[in-house]
Design a protein around this ligand. Structure first.
Ligand code: F6P
Length: 342
């Protein structure tokens, strides 16, 4: 059997660990051979392949990024996209596909599975916002990077009696902000799920200064001010899946805090630093186990599923379960953190 592998969407630490596990078990235990598709769905759409075997996977376990490359190509936004993918898979002699990606890449996988393509999904995203799995790999690494940054920012903020606003990734979900904010002792955490009141944020800033500490405000890139609070945001260009390119809330917030409180405020945007570099041990472990289960699903002919973490077990769930709805921070979880605000 010949298996194609692709990685799509925003990259994240642990992608290479999945590829390595899929290939190692696929070759050694199932006797499969492999082909890599370049840059997510662009590979099968344009028929761009690279050799993939045990040789190509040596030394990649601790490496960030993806040896296959990634893109946000959406074959459903292209004329004849599905037929071209089917033709190119046929031409490459591919019997089954392992698609490693987030909501968009696995959303495409879900539709292709319904159209008869043999596909197994592996969920990834630093945002941790995919349903059906307790965690996605990449998230733990991003949270650790953000927490270390917050730890460092505390000391410089205190030296200069400044407010530091830390903007982290998280388009729809505030998981990175919440986990890193709690771990880093933030004065407030602002997430997309709960529109914030700028006056309340400023009150937390004043409280923190009164106790002789400098405030650190952690904000998800997708966080929004509540209606009627006098803050507006500009929106940017869109990608092939219709997502607006985010970024900028940190600067806006720092400006607004400075205007309203008279305290100096600066913004730090962690951006792609959160997605780069070596995965944590947890992410390597999770990615490896996902890869092993994904290739077993292929071996058993169980398609249209994605692997998922439930407790400490790796299970298979219908792709549609993982992609139908995003996993957001619940009001209960957010409220737990409020006791530390201010
Ligand atoms: O999908 C994960 C993510 O990290 C989002 O939080 C963020 O909005 C997006 O990727 C940015 O990705 P890029 O800059 O690669 O388009």
């Amino acid at each position: 059997m010949r298996v194609g592998v692709l990685t799509g969407g925003g990259d994240c630490p642990g992608l290479n660990a999945v590829i390595r596990a899929v290939v190692r078990k696929g070759v050694n235990e199932h006797g499969f051979d492999f082909v890599g598709f370049r840059d997510g769905w662009r590979g099968p759409l344009e028929g761009v392949t690279v050799p993939l075997g045990i040789e190509q996977c040596r030394g990649i376990l601790p490496r960030g990024g993806t040896i296959l490359g990634s893109s946000r190509t959406n074959p459903f936004a292209v004329d004849d996209g599905v037929q071209r993918i089917k033709d190119n898979l046929g031409a490459a002699g591919v019997d089954a596909l392992v698609a490693i990606g987030g909501e968009d890449t696995l959303g495409v996988a879900t539709k292709l599975a319904e159209l008869g393509v043999n596909v197994v999904g592996v969920p990834k995203t630093i945002d941790n916002d995919l349903s059906g799995t307790d965690f996605t790999f990449g998230f733990d690494t991003a949270v650790n990077i953000a927490t270390e940054a917050i730890d460092r920012l505390h000391t410089t903020a205190e030296s200069h009696h400044r407010v530091l606003v830390v903007e982290v990734m998280g388009r729809h979900a505030g998981w990175i902000a919440l986990h890193a904010g709690i771990a880093g002792g933030a004065s407030a955490v602002l997430i997309p799920e709960v529109p914030f009141d700028i006056e309340a944020v400023c009150a937390h800033v004043e409280t923190r200064f009164r106790s002789e500490y400098a405030p650190i405000i952690v904000v998800s890139e997708g966080a929004l001010p509540a209606d009627g609070t006098g803050m507006t945001l500009v929106s940017g260009e869109k990608d092939a899946f219709g997502h607006v390119r985010l970024g900028g809330i940190g600067d806006r917030l720092a400006h607004e805090i400075e205007q309203r409180t008279g305290k100096e405020a600066r913004a730090v945007v962690l951006g792609h630093v959160q997605r780069g570099g070596t995965p944590t041990a947890f992410d390597r472990w999770l990615a490896t186990r996902f890869g092993l289960q994904a290739i077993d699903a292929v071996a058993e002919g169980e398609y249209g599923v994605m692997v998922a973490l439930r407790g400490t077990d790796i299970v298979r769930v219908p792709l549609v379960e993982g992609t139908g709805e995003l996993k957001l921070v619940s009001p209960r979880e957010y409220d737990e953190a409020r006791v530390f605000f201010g």
